[in-house]
Design a protein. Sequence first.
Length: 249
Amino acid sequence: MFIRILREYERGVVFRLGRLLEPPKGPGVVFLIPIVDRIVKVDLRTITLNIPPQEVITKDNVPARVNAVAYFHIVDPKAAIVNIENFMVATTQIAQTTLRSVLGQHQLDELLAEREKINAILQGIIDEQTAPWGIKVSIVEVKDVEIPGGMQRAMARQAEAERERRAKIINAEGEFQASERLKDAALVIEGHPIALQLRYLQTLLELGASQSTTIVFPAPIDMIKPFFENFSRPREITPANEVEGKRAA
């Protein structure tokens, strides 16, 4: 009989003459019969699986190169050894095929903007497929998305056009609000004539503080209105014979 020592995070699946012994052994000291018993150690710690870059075609026919990372751990050592030949290779293959399949069902905008949603879908599918192997997939994260240079330039132009559109809308909204306030001010001045005089005096004060050599002096329309009336009034034309008669007299 010989002794094997298993760490806290290890379990031993023991086969005696080819037959599985349950439950799995460990942690601590495990006694085995030479030649008769064979032990396979299983690590229960979380394993980091780097999914190699995959060439995918999104739903809107955009080619992309995507890589990801998955985190999983073994919850059933017996199933991980008995039900699958190599759980690491099998999990890697499942992760690659699931990544290509899921991303092919989404558009590029969803892949870039809804990363958390896609990660949850990937995690659920991979975990469901690896559950019979005693594996629990806890996290799947899409790390990087590479798209062609032409598509990047087109997206940059689209983003710039969107920013210009928003700037124009904000500017137009500001002008509309300013015109509304001016309209309200005009209504107030119309109802209170003294407010116009106060505004006129304020304008004179602002002009006096200016360093400009040319000053445009605003005058109220009431002051110059009589001049316009006299200038626009038609003159009376006296006939020539009446003028001569007046001179003779």
